[in-house]
Design a protein around this ligand. Structure first.
Ligand code: FPP
Length: 244
């Protein structure tokens, strides 16, 4: 299915879309399948989302693949999710690279299995010169933890005499985050009917438009992304100011 280059003729598409891919477990349960089946279909939906983002001219796509709270899940499910990530990074890298996609990762990846850390490093390095879609995968990511790590890094710099606490600005703080150099999300989509941020990009989403879809993530298609982008384009973004 092809997606139009842009929908509507006024507002540009969002430069950065962030997605909370929720509902894999419910998708599987509704079919009496094991949860991993939902995650497997979820990985397929990731492919559609990436293709659609490229077709729609979106510059940055961030996907919440594994949160710092997901370690609370049963060990078998954690292993299944790590297995899927491993497969995705092994199998998709060549295609993504060919498609000029630049891959980046946010979150504390140092706690991931060593071989996945290697795949993360290799995907980052291999695609670092690409100029197409920026695909950012959040792994062992938690917004509060990211903000805390940034605060610790700045406190250390202040203690070392490298910066004055009073000189810490919004921009300087943002430079310490995992997303340094990446524009804030304009649009956040969460699937499955849940209406929460779940510790995702807390600093960065200060002015993001939020779109909540009832669709479960494994059923997410290119058309869902196009429809969410169209809804975004119809919104009046004021960033605290009055309408024009
Ligand atoms: C939420 O559904 C989904 C996750 C915690 C994992 C998301 C992972 C994937 C989509 C697959 C791998 C990702 C990549 C980038 C290849 P849930 O299990 O919380 O669903 P539920 O709320 O219905 O139980």
């Amino acid at each position: 299915m092809s997606v139009p280059q842009s929908i509507g003729d006024t507002a540009p598409p969002p430069a950065h879309v962030a997605i909370i891919m929720d509902g894999n477990g419910r998708w599987a349960k509704a079919r009496s399948l094991p949860r991993i089946a939902g995650h497997q279909r979820g990985a397929r939906a990731v492919r559609s989302a990436v293709e659609a983002a490229r077709e729609l001219g979106i510059g940055y796509l961030t996907l919440y693949a594994f949160s710092s709270e997901n370690w609370k899940r049963p060990e078998t499910e954690i292993n299944d999710l790590m297995g899927l990530l491993r497969l995705y990074l092994q199998r998709e890298l060549a295609d993504l690279h060919r498609s000029n996609v630049r891959m980046r990762f946010i979150g504390d990846t140092s706690l991931l299995p060593k071989d996945i850390q290697k795949l993360v490093e290799s995907a980052t390095a291999t695609t670092s010169g690409n100029t197409g879609l920026n695909l950012i995968v959040a792994l062992n990511y938690g917004g509060r933890n990211e903000i805390l790590r940034a605060a610790q890094a700045l406190a250390q710099k202040a203690r070392d005499g490298e910066i004055e606490p009073a000189d810490i600005s919004v921009e300087k703080f943002a430079e310490q985050l995992d997303t340094a150099g990446i524009p804030d999300p304009d649009l956040m989509i969460r699937t499955s009917g849940e209406k929460r941020l779940s510790n995702f990009l807390l600093w960065q989403m200060a002015y993001a438009e939020l779109v909540f879809l009832d669709t479960l993530w494994p059923d997410f298609t290119k058309d869902h992304l196009a429809a969410a982008v169209a809804e975004f384009q119809g919104r009046d973004r004021r960033f605290g100011a009055t309408s024009a």
